[in-house]
Design a protein around this ligand. Sequence first.
Ligand code: SF4
Length: 457
Amino acid sequence: MKDIASGLSRFAPAGRTFHGSDRRAPLREGLRGCGEYGASQTAGRFYPIACVALEVTQRCNLDCTLCYLSDRAEMTYDPPLSVLFARLASIHSHYGPGVSVQLTGGDPTLRKVEDLEALCREINRLGMRSCLMTNGIRASRAFLTRLAAAGLNDVAFHVDMTQERAGFHSEADLNRVRRKYIARARGLGLRILINTTVFGENLAEIPALARFLRDQPEVAFVSFQMQADTGRGVLRERPDAITQASVMRAVEQGYATPLHFDAASVGHASCNRYTSVLTAGGRAVSVLSNRRLVPRVIAALERVDRNEDAHIPIRASVLSMAIRQPLLALRAAAHLVGCVMRLGSGLLRGRVRRQAVFIHNFMAADALEDDRCAACVFMVATAKGPLSMCAHNAQRDVHLTTPDRVDGPMGRHWWNAAVKDLSDRPDLPDLDDPNIAPIKRLKGQLRARRKNVKGTR
Ligand code: SF4
């Protein structure tokens, strides 16, 4: 792991509680500060954040070649539910109801299903959305059925060649796994998301993979995440061939249509590229093809928004916009009908579905850009409040060794990740201590290094 945490003190969590009156204001100001709050920007305008990760464990049943965890992460204990509930309260304080909470890790399915059920219920109670982010290995049909019954909204399966699953030699091979996972979640009322890391060894396969995903009618959201030099992964710098432009081109090639990734913005353009498509019977059409209409609809929706505090209820706002601006609503409706008609022969082969396509450009740990972190739409809940995911990953051990304060009916307690239970004192763990860092609990680069040192003795 790069020893860069000491140079990152400028990236501090936002505090456990939000003290302002407009929850969208911090993101809006962050985007304004870097010239990214234009007419096509949706972040900070309609929602205070895109999503917040709640890491429920640092354990994982894989050891990906581009893992964002730190070498020492798996030495730590899982946070007790009381700690996770306190972090959920902090997320709610900052972003209010409607925010998407990602139950993640490590792999969250290594926690007891009862713990995840309790978290789903609490997220529901707070009026937020929940998404299980998993490699899918332990997410059986029975497991997902229980979580869906507890109120889980979304499940995101991350599958790609960085995971080195035994017996799979290409992304095309891995489509068998993707199909199996989609089938497990089918009919449970969950929105299905599919995540893929784009790296040097699979870039050439992205068009074919994008085509495969386009043709999965149950998949509502597709995310391509570009290789980033952060965490314990043994692959490091991103190859020059992987750029936002090259990934957009590869995805467009797969969808076999222009996708207009620049029409609507979700946060900083260097971080995120987003588009929305209609699909049917092996064809796709971009919904954002009318570049003049998109900012007009965004402006009209903003004008009818009376709730500056959190997420705008989009259906009610569309209805309200239609009543106030019927001509614009008619133009938007005509555009949508045109998109459906352009699906052509696909309409004979399948139902029309909407799919969101996302390209995410995480930063390298030693090259964080301040303005992007200040305008981040993808946060992690820490002991001291939400923090940009890129900043968090660059200094994960600092956050893992920061104790959580838990105020409960039995008074004030502390939890730190090197100790199993709550305690009366906020003692800090020393993750370099070989007694709590035996080699079998290391992964990634540090384990590889220590193994090499042992081998040469
Ligand atoms: S996590 Fe990183 S790449 Fe993603 S939006 Fe935040 S700052 Fe940008």
